[in-house]
Write a protein that binds this ligand. Structure first.
Ligand SMILES: Nc1ncnc2c1ncn2[C@@H]1O[C@H](COP(=O)(O)OP(=O)(O)O)[C@@H](O)[C@H]1O
Ligand SMILES: [Mg+2]
Length: 250
């Protein structure tokens, strides 16, 4: 059985950082097969992980759309789309990574999104764990990008916008019928444990704790180094490891 986890929240709250540190925890403490999905159109997860990605799913969508418009392709059978999308998956030694990029540039992409969701579901089945670094804000919920995940990790800082976004994500996920068995609030960038408990109890989510400000994370970011190489005694990594234990991931 695949366990799918999404990481969401307002922009800049640390979604990508936390996704990378969850991945690091899983790599160091399990031998599970992992697919990481960068679902943020303002993608930077590959950089944070130190992986080079040349083609995104959005590039493939654009290419196929242009081919259809030029008449080179009469229709877009799902199998063809699927084959193209599979080609964008980057395989590293220990995990696979797929970057969505911009998949909804203009016009109605309902068909593309439906097929894409289907592909993601089929693709996900090949892995023990799927980690999704979501687009900032509520868009991913409205587009039901992570509707089939088992665990929803909603990240917040201590700002009003961060907190409101986190609450709205939880409320909207429920309203949209998300089937996640666990929905948790995780504090980062100065949000304290008390705040996380308050937010969580207000929306009926699980308080997952806090990730402290970590000088190493800041330094690695500035130097463009992969967070997978962050020293294991770094406070942010230790905190994320505790969250993973709490969620039964390790
Ligand atoms: N716990 C932390 N300690 C220090 N810096 C952090 C921490 N979490 C995030 N950051 C920094 O904050 C910025 C935003 O984080 P990022 O993960 O890119 O947010 P998001 O993906 O939500 O937009 C980045 O520069 C990142 O290095
Ligand atoms: Mg990000």
């Amino acid at each position: 059985m695949t366990l799918a986890i999404s990481i969401s929240g307002k922009g800049g709250t640390g979604k990508t950082t936390i996704t990378a540190l969850i991945l690091k925890t899983l790599l160091e403490h399990t031998d599970k097969t992992i697919l990481v999905i960068d679902a943020d159109p303002a993608s930077n997860l590959p950089d944070v992980l130190g992986v080079q990605v040349d083609t995104t799913v959005g590039d493939v969508v654009e290419e196929l759309k242009e081919k259809t418009e030029r008449g080179e392709l009469m229709s877009l059978p799902p199998e063809l789309f699927e084959a193209y999308v599979y080609e964008t998956i980057v395989e590293t030694e220990r995990f696979d990574l797929v970057v969505m990029g911009r998949t909804e540039s203009k016009g109605c992409y309902c068909y593309v999104n439906a097929v894409l969701r289907q592909i993601m579901q089929t693709l996900s089945r090949n892995y023990d764990i799927v980690l999704i670094d979501c687009e900032a804000g509520l868009e991913h919920i409205q587009r039901r990008v992570d509707q089939d995940v088992d665990v929803l990790i909603v990240v917040t800082d201590s700002s009003r916008m961060g907190i409101n976004t986190a609450k709205k994500i939880v409320e909207l996920a429920r309203k949209m019928g998300y089937r996640a068995t666990r929905i948790g609030i995780l504090g980062n960038l100065g949000a304290d444990a008390r705040l996380v408990v308050d937010i969580a109890s207000e929306v009926g989510a699980e308080p997952l704790g806090v990730v402290p400000l970590d000088e190493n994370v800041r330094k690695f970011n500035l130097e463009g180094r992969s967070l997978l190489e962050l020293p294991s005694d770094s406070p942010a990594y230790q905190a994320v490891k505790t969250v993973c234990e709490r969620l039964g991931l390790i």
